[in-house]
Design a protein around this ligand. Sequence first.
Ligand SMILES: C[S@@+](CC[C@H](N)C(=O)[O-])C[C@H]1O[C@@H](n2cnc3c(N)ncnc32)[C@H](O)[C@@H]1O
Length: 206
Amino acid sequence: MVQPSREEVMENTAQLKGNWGQKFFGNNNPLVLELGCGKGEYSVNLAKISPEKNFLGIDIKGARFWRGAKIALEENLRNVGFLRTQIELVDQIFGENEVDEIWITFPDPQIKYKRTKHRLTNETFLAKYRKILKPDGVVHLKTDSEFMHGYTLGLLHGLGEIIEYAHHDVYGSEGAPAAVTNIQTYYENQYLEIGKKITYIRFRFR
Ligand SMILES: C[S@@+](CC[C@H](N)C(=O)[O-])C[C@H]1O[C@@H](n2cnc3c(N)ncnc32)[C@H](O)[C@@H]1O
């Protein structure tokens, strides 16, 4: 687990930027981020399924990912870590083309207009993701929020980005990718209990 100060991030004093593979994981395997990871279900479970990749869960609330970090330690998972920071800083924390995949799992939809700047798929965030992702890198968005799903699809269409897969009800459809239907997060389980549909988009930047 790492918790860099804002100064450490801005000045790259830990020299992690561009070197996460070697400096944090001790290898150069593909790097996958989970943004707003909460307890880190995606980071931990994907790490178990894909030992050939490195996973980093990011959240501002360290107490939440304590659970994921505990499982990683208990199960000696060497390919998963957690980073306590603001997602706004991702383009300072990771080098250009350093990241292979990004998962955004059940982000707060920030429905009010005034909250647009905090919505994790707004144009500013998308520009940051584009910068840190490899050219063929993908973004996965899983959410219960029809608003977030529609907003993101509309924005991606408008920007001409490449939508590889989109569905408004992944558990009610055949053909949703296994990683989408085989892993549930803490928030997701609560939504499923009250019968909410779970949506998913996988996209790339053109
Ligand atoms: C609704 S929760 C979802 C947590 C988890 N992905 C799940 O599905 O159970 C959203 C999470 O995103 C984190 N978060 C929201 N905005 C953030 C930001 N700008 N930087 C870092 N973390 C953020 C919150 O702390 C919270 O843990």
